[in-house]
Write a protein that binds this ligand. Structure first.
Ligand SMILES: [Cu+2]
Length: 116
């Protein structure tokens, strides 16, 4: 009886381990430290015009329209970019479609952008 309990307990721990382990591996592999600091898993989509590009600082200024998913009116503002190569895709004056995420420290990071 006692041995059976130990075996059952061991099996449960192993089963639990098998359940948790892949999640931890995924979290380490698939998400950067920055991504884990996200305010939510939501990606926001916006449309706007490029008003300035700062490749060195990995920033882009956009005059964007309202973005309902995050409760914003239209405005002109800077966004960070995760990958500076994205800035090679667009020029000042371009009308763009873009996607961004919000970090917990209220930074807005563009994950995709393309000229319309
Ligand atoms: Cu804005």
């Amino acid at each position: 009886m006692k041995l059976k309990s130990i075996i059952t307990a061991t099996a449960m721990v192993l089963a639990l381990g098998a359940f948790i382990a892949p999640v931890q591996v995924n979290a380490e592999n698939a998400f950067s430290k920055q991504a884990l600091m996200l305010a939510s898993n939501q990606t926001h989509h916006g449309v706007g015009t490029v008003t300035a590009i700062d490749s060195k600082a990995k920033k882009i200024e956009l005059k964007h329209g309202p973005i309902k998913s995050i409760g914003w009116m239209g405005m002109k503002m800077f966004f960070a970019v995760d990958d500076a190569d994205l800035l090679d895709e667009v020029e000042v004056g371009d009308k763009v479609d873009f996607e961004f995420i919000e970090t917990r420290d209220k930074r807005y990071v563009i994950t995709d952008i393309e000229a319309e």
